[in-house]
Each structure stands twice: as C-alpha cells, then as structure tokens.
Design a protein around this ligand. Structure first.
Ligand SMILES: C[S@@+](CC[C@H](N)C(=O)[O-])C[C@H]1O[C@@H](n2cnc3c(N)ncnc32)[C@H](O)[C@@H]1O
Length: 230
C-alpha cells in the first residue's frame, strides 16, 4: 500500500442517504435505465478486451452497480472496494445475496489501495477519474493502479471531441469560476499521455456514443518494463 494521503473534496459526500440515492439513481427513469444498459454493455466489452480477467478489483464499487456483470464469468475472484463504507453497505444490503456472496468487500482509498503489488489481474474503475481534476492526483492514482494490477485497468472518464463536451464547455463559460469544480472533461491527447507517463499502454477504447457522449472506457495494459523500473 502506498502512503498517499490525497483526499478529494467530493469523496465525503457519499453518506448513507446519498449512497441510497446513488443506488436508485440508475434505475429511476427510462433514460437512466437505458443509459445503464449501454454502460454495462461497453463495460462488458472492455473486460473482453482485457482478456476476461480472472481476478478483478472493482474500485470504486459504489452501490455495486457492476457486480452482476462481474459475476458473469464463472469462478472469477472479485474484490470490491470504495472510500465510502455506506456505499458498500448499501450494495451488500440491496443486491441479490447470490451475487453478494461472490464478492469480497473492503473500504479503501483508490490513492492508497489496501492490497499487495500485482494482487489482481485487472482494476475495474468506473466513474471516478472524471472527478479527479488535478493532473498530479490523476498520476498518483494511475501509479497506484500500476502497483496493484498485474495486467490491465478498465477505466471510464469524460473525454472531449463530442457534442456533450462542446455543450459543457459553453456552459462552463457562463458559470462562476470560483465555484468548486469537481468534474472535468479530459483532453484525449493529454489523458493518453498521462496513461503512458504512469506506465500503461492503451489496449483499446470504447465510446458510449461516439461523437455524442463524453463517456469513454479505456482498457490499459501495464507496461512491464516500466513496472521493473518503479
Ligand atoms: C460516481 S460513484 C461511481 C460508483 C461505481 N463505480 C458506479 O459507476 O456505479 C463514485 C464513487 O467513488 C467513490 N470514491 C470517492 N473518492 C474515492 C477515493 N478516493 N477512493 C475510492 N473511492 C472513492 C465514492 O464513494 C463513490 O462510490
């Protein structure tokens, strides 16, 4: 475990009330349900690109939205972890017990993961990176992922070069810039160079809806020569 003490301002918001709201959020309208179906589908493709890993760490696991998907591969060892204990509790309480029994949960920070080096085949990281606004924080997180995964990382984030990013940029211009900014849209070239700087190669990528949506999942492969250096 590395000794980083980075704390993100948004991390504290997932108390029990907010965790329950988050659990319900992806089921509360037809639009959200359809979007969740598409997100699950691209996450499934990402896992396939990663070679359907046998040992996966779901971090942050949130309210367990991806646990049924992760359980689709028989015999997979699944660790699930989140900064918020409330999120983990909501997942364990509300998901199907037959699913929950396959998952080993623990609380941790993604900047300082409570696992040994090379502990898992893949880290599955959905909807965290777009909250990490500072480059040095992103590099710290990616380097911690590099330490803990033996092989790949599947991660989702917001990227530019699409209609939603263009719309968001226009909205940002109208906003009060002193307002705390807790989400960011990555410039594709810059984020890809950060992946390389942290010791990963890009194995593949999948867009939620190309040219329209900001969501993209990258599948990264650990660069072993770099692993030997660090
Ligand atoms: C938007 S939710 C995404 C959860 C899940 N991956 C999903 O897509 O449903 C963001 C999650 O990040 C967690 N989180 C925030 N800061 C974190 C940190 N430093 N380390 C690990 N998890 C963190 C929050 O508790 C929350 O569960």
């Amino acid at each position: 475990m590395n000794d980083s003490n980075i704390t993100l301002e948004f991390s504290g918001k997932y108390d029990s009330k907010h965790s329950l709201e988050y659990y319900k959020k992806h089921k509360d309208s037809i639009g959200r349900r359809l979007s969740n179906i598409r997100e699950q589908s691209i996450a499934r493709k990402a896992l396939a690109i990663a070679g359907n890993p046998a040992i996966v760490l779901d971090l942050p696991c949130g309210a367990g939205r991806f646990w049924p998907l992760l359980c689709e591969k028989p015999g997979r060892t699944i660790y699930a972890s989140d900064y918020s204990l409330s999120m983990i509790m909501v997942a364990k309480k509300l998901l199907d017990p037959a699913t929950v029994k396959n998952i080993s949960c623990f609380q941790t920070s993604a900047f300082s993961i409570n696992l040994k080096a090379d502990a898992v085949d893949s880290i599955f990281c959905m909807r965290l990176l777009h909250h990490i606004v500072k480059k040095d924080h992103r590099l710290a997180l990616l380097k911690e992922f590099h330490r803990v995964t033996k092989d790949t990382v599947c991660l989702s984030l917001w990227v530019d070069g699409n209609y939603k990013a263009w719309k968001r940029e226009r909205l940002e211009l109208k906003r009060d810039h002193k307002e705390y900014k807790n989400r960011f849209v990555a410039n594709r070239q810059e984020i890809e160079s950060e992946f390389r700087e942290a010791g990963f190669n890009i194995l593949g990528l999948i867009d939620f809806a190309k040219y329209y949506s900001m969501w993209r999942i990258y599948v990264l492969r650990k660069n072993i020569s770099r692993a030997n250096e660090t």
